[in-house]
Design a binder for this molecule. Sequence first.
Ligand code: XMP
Length: 311
Amino acid sequence: MDCEKFVEEQITDIRQTVADAKAINALSGGVDSSLTTVLGHRALGDQLKTVFIDNALMREGEPQRVVKTFADIDIPVELVDAQDEFLSALAGLTDPEEKRQAVTDTFYSKVFSQLVTESGAKFLLHGTILTDIEETVAGIKRQHNILAQLGIDTEKAYGYSVLEPLKTLRKDDVREVAKSLNLPAEISERIPFPGPALATRIVGEVTRQRLNTVRKATAIVEEELADSRAFQYMAVLLNDRATGIRNNKREFGQIIVVRCIESIDARTATATELPWDKLNLICQRIITEIEDVNRCLYDLTPKPPATIEYI
Ligand code: XMP
């Protein structure tokens, strides 16, 4: 694709649409919202306010790391603590769609709409990509960042219009554009991480304690697979327990699934053929470093029929 032309067109379009109004966007640190943030700032400068909402569902140290990455490229990002709002909305929910809906509703109706009102923004920049739209419209999964395509009039519902500069791109195009803008590799090469974050990697109820478990497992998997060159890798906490034995005592422990996949655009995926030693090492670390986890499984399922995330 012609990255330069794409960037120019989007910057012009954002500028013309927003004119002298204010805009806002939420950055998650993923390549989609990062590229949207950079395009938005190039188009609008300080007319655009960028926030990072700490929804309690992020990885270890992630909010602070993302804010710092953008500070290093001179883009100010405001960190907003909304942990309690998200956790109370998720309390008691086990159905995957209800969990996704709770994250979406808390994000838009509660936390973000208040930030929009306070900022006086009339436009919201969103990092929706083509795959998000296709999968939501096809009913495969409700993506966190889809509104207009579901017939939701954001102007009426939330008081702002949504701009989606990346909606014609797939993940590989997004990375190409990010690279063409010389963005740091931690942005352009960052592995995809979903909007509802670790909530998509907990089967069953999302609680602080269960988040801590999956967060620790995620840190181990990401550390061990950083050089795997896989498309995406993750840890998932199942909503089941298995009998085990530790220090001569029977225990009914938790189960972590490790998933590592090859994909071009996340529409289809296959499991990575990881070396046995590496799998063993990850398993050993997970069952010894994380309290209460006594099983670790490697997921071989392709997409389809499985999706990449677990909810
Ligand atoms: P699935 O699980 O649907 O994931 O096979 C496809 C790709 O999309 C990511 N994903 C999301 N990204 N908001 C996002 O921005 C979401 O709600 C969401 N759910 C899944 C997932 O990590 C994978 O790369």
